[in-house]
Structures are given as structure tokens and as C-alpha cells.
Design a protein around this ligand. Structure first.
Ligand SMILES: [Zn+2]
Length: 416
């Protein structure tokens, strides 16, 4: 089974025409009414909700009929979240949609993928036309027929279009890249057959960008201390700029990384950042300043890998930075910049060392990988660390459009 990647394209559309705004208001009413019915009659499925509410809603709300099941979907989704919170004993109020919105499935709207002309039916034969502003980035999806159109969400000022793609089957593995994720680099090894190399991938200045913005925000906070509103606005704007700049730099890393893995028919092994390691890692992980780019680079690698059919394997990061990959001994004290084993005199840069352990863990738990690669970390003792690939100068800098959020990626990891 391949995987499926979903991306959401965002189009700023300015003020919506009045009939469309009216439709959004109707849709909100229908969703809230559906929530009440589903809650009252303890309904969890769309077909049961349809039986209980469709006729009444259809008679009282003059909207294009296909929107009613979409509203059921939105209502049941909100109720699912609500019921889960209630079950866990968390405080939660009954879902109520405040924001104007419309959700339409792909058979309800019509989009000209070349021109960006969008037709949204209102009721009967009545409909509105919208022109979606198409950037080169949007076109790269809409001109590629392997991206299928998914649901459309309209909110005031914005149209969100989901596109999805079935990804290729993962290939036969012949090698593996295992990388430890650090503040400013990915470090580890690439192994193929019984040959291995120590490799590193630099984040091309992410740390520096973060430091610059960190200092600027501290300065802003001090200078605008007297005006809370202005300060908040400035800080938020600076935060947005920072995450944009960091994201761009990470795209310059994730793209060639995935490409070089594909070229070598390699699996990519990363640590699972959702698990907290017990090896003294969580303090580092909790430092928000450094943890966001690490999660972001994983997100980028995962969806690009899924699109390219490159398998990604996640391993538990516990003890990766405190274990000797040669003899398996662990250090319980703080490890400095260089990991030194007290049992077998193995010495290695701490970050690379963690990458080697990640590789070992993956080989121990994945049969396909173990068949393709035999790994002897001891042989790497005196090897130099090489870049995994040559960084392109500034190529790929404009990977995502500026100021447009398009990050709602849902990723199903490919089966191995
Ligand atoms: Zn050792």
C-alpha cells in the first residue's frame, strides 16, 4: 500500500460576494442545528444523522442540497472532539460554530484548474463565481493532474482547497540514512551493503536566524514595554517572519535530503520526536526555541518522502546520545561534545554518535533493512564526516509562497 498526502492550498480572496456570505451563514446554522440533533439523539454516524435531520433541514434551509451532508460531516467532526474531551474528563463546552464557513466536497464546486475560476453553487441553479489568485506555487499543484481535488472550505476572505495525491509504492531498500536531529544540523550515517559513511546535513543558518529574531524580540519587548497592544502586535509579526525564514531554510535542506535518499534507494531513519527519551534528552527538547525547527524539518522530510516513495522509519530516541554503538555500554552522566565510551575507548562526536545508535536501533527492528545493510560502527572510528549532499547555492529558496499558510499536511506513513 502506498501513502496518501493531503495539502491545503490557501487563496486570499478579499471580500466575498453577498450571496456567498449568506450561504456561509446558512451553513453555520445547519452545522449548529446538526450538532444539537446529534447530541440529543446520541448520533455518531452520517447516515443516522441524515435520517434524523435531513428532511427538516432541507425543507427549512434553501441551500444547494449537497452542502447538507458536508455540514453533517463538520458537525460530527466537532462532536467527536467534544466527546473525546468529555470522556477524558476535560472541561469542554458543547460545540458551536461561531465563524462563518462553508465546506463543499469536490462534486459540489467547479474549478478551472488552469485559470483559477471557481464556481460555488448557492441554491438550485444559482451560483457565484470567484477568481482564485494563482501563484506559481498554486499552479505547480493545479497543473499536475496527479494531484486530485479534495474538499473546498470558504471562510470570510479566504478559500482553502485540499488537494491529495496517492504516492508511489516504496522501493526495494538497498541502503539507509539514519540521522539524529539537532539544533542546527542532522547528523549520522549512511549505510549501503556493508559500507557506511558518517554524514551531516547543515540547516543552513537556522540557528542564526533564530538568534537574530530572539534578540530583536527582546529589544522590542523592552522598547515597547509601555504599550502592551503595540508590543504584542510587533512581537507576533516578528514571530511570523522568523518562522517563515526558518521554514524556507529547512525546505532547502529537506528537498535534497529526500532526493539523495531516493537516488540511493535508501530509507530515512529519524528519531520519533513525540516520544520523550529517558536519556537526558527532554530538557533539550523542552527548550521551545530549538524544538520547533526540529519538528518542522521532520514534517517536511515526511511529506516529501511520502511523495517520492521514500520510506521513513521513526525510532525511539531514548539513550541514543548516551550509548556506545560499538559495545552497547551506557553513560549515566552528562555527555559532552564528544561521546567517550568508558568500556571500550570508542570516541565519537556526540551528535554523530546518536545517529549511529539510531541506525542500529532501526536495523534491529526492521527486517527489510537488516537484509540490505550490515553495519559495523567500529569500522568508522577514524572516518571523517562528509556532507550528505552538496548544498545548492540558493536554489529552491522560494519553495512556498510568502505569507500564505499552506501547512495543513496530513500524512500517512508508507508501509514498509
Ligand atoms: Zn563502548
Amino acid at each position: 500500500m502506498g501513502a496518501r498526502v493531503v495539502r491545503t492550498l490557501s487563496f486570499p480572496v478579499g471580500e466575498l460576494p453577498a450571496p456567498l456570505l449568506g450561504l456561509l451563514a446558512e451553513f453555520r446554522l445547519i452545522v449548529n442545528r446538526s450538532v444539537r440533533v446529534a447530541l440529543r439523539e446520541d448520533i455518531r454516524s452520517r447516515s443516522r444523522l441524515s435520517k434524523a435531520a435531513y428532511a427538516g433541514i432541507s425543507a427549512e434551509h434553501a441551500v444547494y442540497k449537497q452542502y447538507i451532508p458536508s455540514a453533517f460531516e463538520v458537525a460530527l467532526g466537532a462532536l467527536k472532539v467534544y466527546r473525546r474531551r468529555v470522556r477524558k474528563g476535560k472541561q469542554s463546552s458543547i460545540p458551536f460554530l461561531r465563524r462563518l464557513m462553508l465546506k463543499a466536497e469536490n462534486q459540489s464546486y467547479r474549478l478551472d484548474r488552469e485559470t483559477g475560476r471557481l464556481r460555488v453553487p448557492i441554491r438550485g441553479t444559482e451560483g457565484v463565481q470567484l477568481q482564485l489568485p494563482m501563484s506559481e506555487w498554486h499552479r505547480s499543484f493545479l497543473r499536475d493532474p496527479s494531484w486530485k481535488l479534495g474538499s473546498l472550505t470558504v471562510v470570510p476572505g479566504k478559500v482553502l482547497l485540499a488537494v491529495r495525491k496517492e504516492t508511489p509504492r516504496p522501493y526495494e531498500l538497498t541502503s539507509v540514512v539514519a540521522l539524529d536531529t539537532n539544533e542546527d544540523s542532522l547528523d549520522g550515517a549512511i549505510a549501503s551493503g556493508d559500507v557506511a559513511r558518517l554524514v551531516t546535513v547543515s540547516f543552513s543558518g537556522v540557528r542564526r536566524v533564530q538568534m537574530t529574531h530572539f534578540r530583536r524580540r527582546r529589544y522590542l519587548a523592552r522598547r515597547k514595554a509601555h504599550d502592551r497592544r503595540v508590543r504584542r502586535r510587533l512581537l507576533r509579526r516578528d514571530g511570523r517572519r522568523e518562522s517563515y525564514r526558518v521554514r524556507q531554510r529547512l525546505h532547502r535542506v529537506s528537498k535534497p535530503l529526500v532526493a539523495s535518499a531516493k537516488e540511493r534507494q535508501a530509507a530515512i531513519v529519524l528519531e520519533d520526536l513525540t516520544l520523550h527519551g529517558s536519556g537526558g534528552r527532554s530538557r533539550k527538547m523542552n527548550r521551545r526555541l530549538s524544538s520547533w525547527p526540529r519538528r518542522e524539518i521532520h514534517r517536511q522530510i515526511e511529506y516529501k518522502a511520502a511523495l517520492a516513495g521514500v520510506p521513513v522509519i521513526k525510532v525511539n530516541p531514548a539513550w541514543t546520545s548516551k550509548t556506545c554503538p560499538v559495545c552497547g555500554a551506557r553513560r549515566r552522566d552528562r555527555v559532552g561534545k564528544v561521546f567517550v565510551c568508558l568500556m571500550c575507548d570508542w570516541e565519537m562526536d556526540r551528535q554523530i554518535n546518536a545517529g549511529l545508535n539510531i541506525l542500529k536501533t532501526a536495523l534491529a527492528s526492521n527486517e527489510a533493512l537488516a537484509r540490505a545493510v550490515r553495519f559495523q560502527p567500529g569500522a568508522l572510528r577514524h572516518d571523517v564526516v562528509i556532507p550528505l549532499y552538496d548544498l545548492p547555492a540558493r536554489e529552491g529558496a522560494r519553495e512556498e509562497p510568502s505569507g500564505v499558510e499552506s501547512q495543513v499536511g496530513i500524512i500517512v506513513s508508507p508501509d514498509l
